[in-house]
Design a protein around this ligand. Structure first.
Ligand code: NAI
Ligand code: MG
Length: 358
């Protein structure tokens, strides 16, 4: 007899360091499940998809890949990308295929400063800084609309068009999501980001929807900022931020800036959420497959661990998520760090240290 709740998790390690950090995360999550005050079980299934699969089959995942994943409680993803496959093929063939196929329209990317990890921000203390970037994850600049060779103007004169798609429904749901999240935070503020002075259609629609939604949340402070100014604000006045909501492209770039400010891409966490829970959501570190350090055993697993904490939140296990976050902080504060954040520890050493702190 087994009274513990069991959650089915699909693991897609994919390429490069993706596989290394997924392995570390599975070890950590299994340990948490075993030792939780209210124990639970994780039943893992691993899907060996990615660039190596592509080399053998000419595609990044099987044709019925989404059907195979549907029904899992969550997906834990490593990273895609390998020199043998063009980046747009690997990204669209697996990661974006899952995000879009499962309508994971909300991408949560916390910018969380960690003790012991040096930030390039010139502040004596970054410990009080933390904000979250909410990224529209289903349309915008990554809608895949456009074409090449339009009108065939001849060699050296190719024309390419890349369009962005903004729907009122798409804007409204992500902006509402951001406002709902702000209500859960100490600093109840939402900053909307666009480039509506230069892009006068989609981005103006976004701003209008933002203002309409904001009226429903009088208890939440709001502002609209242009994306270029926002990049500067991230660096110069990060204390003014709490929840930042932006389009697919803008939030992609801003969240990488956020992770660099925290100290490394390797510590940044991310969740791709199907808010309606009709399909599984996907949790993954922000970083890519890092071919430059793959196979050396030195990938920073902290971004993947932070993503695992978001996964535990999603499964309705907030106590387990908090214990994981506390252990992450304890490990970085103790100086057990991989080389990207100035230390000498291996992925395995960080993982073992974290398990001791659970
Ligand atoms: P990247 O994130 O893989 O690497 C950028 C830099 O950060 C490299 O110097 C790398 O060594 C370092 N880095 C990344 N993750 C790290 C970690 N966990 N620990 C320590 N250092 C880490 O980005 P890059 O180099 O632009 O792309 C490499 C491949 O990854 C490409 O094929 C790209 O398309 C793919 N990619 C995939 C993503 C995904 O699956 N979500 C996201 C970003 C890139
Ligand atoms: Mg990115």
């Amino acid at each position: 007899m087994n009274a513990h709740p069991t959650f089915r998790i699909a693991a897609i390690p994919a390429d490069g360091v993706g596989a290394e950090v997924v392995e570390a995360t599975r070890t950590v999550l299994n340990e948490i499940a075993r030792n939780a005050a209210e124990p639970f079980e994780l039943s893992w299934e691993e899907f060996p998809w990615g660039s190596h699969y592509y080399e053998q089959h000419g595609r990044m995942m099987p044709e019925d890949g989404l059907d195979q994943l549907n029904g899992f409680d969550a997906i834990f993803f490593g990273a895609v990308g390998w020199p043998s496959v063009p980046d747009h093929v690997s990204l669209w063939g697996l990661r974006l295929a899952v995000c879009q196929g499962f309508d994971q329209w909300a991408n949560i990317r916390p910018v969380r400063f960690l003790p012991g990890v040096r930030s390039p921000l010139r502040r004596a203390d970054t410990a009080d800084l933390d904000w979250v970037v909410i990224r529209e994850n289903s349309e915008g600049e990554y809608a895949g609309l456009g074409g090449r060779n339009l009108g065939a103007r001849g060699a050296g004169h190719e024309v390419a068009v890349q369009s962005a798609l903004f729907t009122e429904t798409g804007c409204e749901r992500i902006i509402r999501f951001a406002f709902d999240m702000a209500r859960e935070r100490d600093h109840r503020k939402v900053t909307g980001v666009t480039k509506s002075n230069a892009q006068q259609y989609g981005m103006v629609l976004w701003d209008e929807v933002f203002q309409r939604v904001a009226a429903d949340y009088p208890d939440v402070e709001t502002e609209l900022v242009l994306v270029d100014a926002m990049a500067a604000r991230f660096v110069l006045h990060p204390e003014s931020l709490s929840v930042v909501v932006a389009s697919n492209l803008h939030a992609d770039i801003l969240s990488d800036l956020g992770s660099a400010l925290v100290g490394s891409l390797g510590v940044a966490a991310s969740a791709n959420i199907n808010v309606e829970r009709r399909f599984p959501s996907m949790f993954e570190p922000v970083h890519g497959s890092a071919p430059d350090i793959a196979g050396q055993g030195i990938a920073n697993p902290i971004g993947a661990f932070g993503s695992a904490a978001l996964l535990l939140d999603h499964l309705g296990l907030p106590a387990a998520a908090d214990s994981l976050r506390r252990a992450i902080t304890a490990v970085t504060a103790a100086g057990v760090l991989t080389p990207d954040v100035g230390g000498q520890a291996s992925t395995k050493e960080v993982t073992s240290a974290l398990i001791e702190h659970l």
